[in-house]
Design a protein around this ligand. Structure first.
Ligand code: FES
Ligand SMILES: [Fe+2]
Length: 349
C-alpha cells in the first residue's frame, strides 16, 4: 500500500474550510498586558499582542517594509506594535501608524498595512478567524461551566503534535481504545467493549453529542482486597463542535470534571493542542497535578495519532473500516465533509 502526498489544491481546500471557523491561537495567560507572541495557524504566521487596555490584536506576522517578524518587536507605550528592525509601528487594525525615518507630518502610504484578523477571548484562549470574507460558520465553541463561580479551570500548557488536527480530535472522541493504550491511567483492561449510546448530530451538522457509560479504572483509588486496581462507574457526555473542538464531561459517584480540547492546525499536518480541565471547587486539584495527569493520558494518544497514515483523515467513508462503536468518529467525518473539508484519496494499492 502506497500513500500519495496530498496535492497542493487540497491543502487550500482544507485551509479555506477551516478558515471560516473560530480557531485558537494562544492561551490568554501567554499574552499578558504589553506582551506579544508568534503563532501559526492554517499555514499563516501570526502575531498576537495585548495593549495596555487589555485589548488583544492578531496580525500577520510580517512587517511590510522588509519582511521582519513583528513578534520580535515590542508593544509601545501608546499600545502599537513596533517592528524590531526599523521601528515602524502598527495599530490594532493593521495600519502602519508611524515610520520613524520619515520627517514629521509626512503622510504614511495607505498601502502600509498588514492583515488584521478578528479576535475573541473565551475559555482562557484567544481565538481568531482567518477567512477574509463571509460569516463565521459557528460561534466560538463554549466550554461548559467555564467561568462559573463554583468551578475552577486550569487552561493547560498547549502542545504541538505532528498530525492533522482532524486525526487528533477524532482520537479524543474515540472510545474503543481506553483499555488498550490507557491501561496505566483510566483504561480498564478488563472492559474491551465500549459503545457510545444516543449519538446525535445536530441538523446543521455542526455538533455531535453522545453518552458513553464506562467502568473505568480508578488510578487514584485503593484497590479492593484481591484486586489489582480499583474501578469506578463513569457516565461520559461527549460533545463535538465542528471542526476541531470537543469536550468530555465525566461524572462519577457525584464528582465530575470537564476536559475541553481544541486542536488548532498550524499546517495540514501540524497541530497545536489547546486544552482546559475543570472541576467543581469542592474537588481540590492543583494545576501541577492536572498537568501531570493529563499528560499521562495524552501521551499514548499522541504516540498513536502521530503514527496514523495517511495523515489526512479519510473523509471517504469507504477508505477505512467503521464499526458500531466508531459511530462518533463516523459522524465527525460526515460533518467535516458536509462543511467543505476535502475528501482526499491518498491510498494506492
Ligand atoms: S523591516 Fe520592519 S520596519 Fe523595517
Ligand atoms: Fe485516548
Amino acid at each position: 500500500m502506497r500513500i500519495q502526498p496530498a496535492p497542493p489544491e487540497v491543502h487550500d481546500e482544507f485551509y479555506d474550510a477551516a478558515g471560516r471557523f473560530w480557531l485558537p491561537v494562544a492561551r490568554s495567560v501567554d499574552v499578558p498586558i504589553g506582551g506579544r507572541l508568534a503563532s501559526r495557524l492554517l499555514g499563516e504566521d501570526l502575531v498576537v499582542w495585548r495593549d495596555y487596555h487589555g485589548q488583544v490584536t492578531v496580525l500577520d506576522n510580517l512587517c511590510l517594509h522588509r519582511g521582519t517578524m513583528l513578534s520580535d518587536g515590542e508593544v509601545t507605550g501608546s499600545g502599537n506594535l513596533a517592528c524590531p528592525y526599523h521601528g515602524w509601528e502598527y495599530g490594532s487594525d493593521g495600519a502602519c501608524v508611524r515610520i520613524p525615518q520619515l520627517p514629521p507630518e509626512t503622510k504614511i502610504p495607505s498601502k502600509a498595512r498588514v492583515g488584521a484578523h478578528p479576535v475573541r477571548e473565551q475559555n482562557g484562549l484567544i481565538w481568531t478567524r482567518l477567512a477574509s470574507s463571509g460569516e463565521a460558520e459557528a460561534d466560538v465553541p463554549p466550554c461548559p461551566n467555564f467561568g462559573e463561580a463554583a468551578w475552577t479551570f486550569h487552561v493547560g500548557t498547549p502542545s504541538d503534535w505532528h498530525c492533522q488536527a482532524t486525526r487528533m480530535v477524532e482520537n479524543f472522541l474515540d472510545v474503543a481504545h481506553f483499555g488498550y493504550i490507557h491501561a496505566d491511567t483510566f483504561g480498564n483492561p478488563d472492559v474491551s467493549s465500549v459503545v457510545p449510546t444516543s449519538v446525535r448530530t445536530s441538523p446543521d451538522m455542526l455538533h455531535i453529542d453522545a453518552k458513553v457509560p464506562y467502568l473505568a479504572r480508578d488510578p487514584w483509588g485503593k484497590p479492593p482486597e484481591g484486586q489489582d486496581f480499583a474501578v469506578v462507574d463513569v457516565e461520559y457526555d461527549y460533545h463535538y463542535d465542528v471542526p476541531f473542538t470537543a469536550w468530555i464531561r465525566g461524572v462519577t459517584k457525584g464528582d465530575e470534571y470537564i476536559l475541553f480540547v481544541s486542536a488548532a492546525p498550524r499546517t495540514v499536518a501540524e497541530t497545536t493542542v489547546f486544552w482546559a480541565f475543570g472541576v467543581p471547587d469542592s474537588l481540590q486539584v492543583s494545576a501541577d497535578e492536572i498537568e501531570r495527569r493529563e499528560n499521562a493520558v495524552f501521551s499514548p494518544d499522541r504516540f498513536i495519532v502521530e503514527g496514523q497514515r495517511p495523515e489526512w483523515l479519510p473523509l471517504d467513508l469507504a477508505a477505512e473500516l467503521h464499526m458500531r462503536f466508531d459511530s462518533i468518529g463516523l459522524n465527525l467525518r460526515r460533518s467535516l465533509n458536509h462543511h467543505g473539508f476535502p475528501v482526499v484519496s491518498l491510498l494506492r494499492a
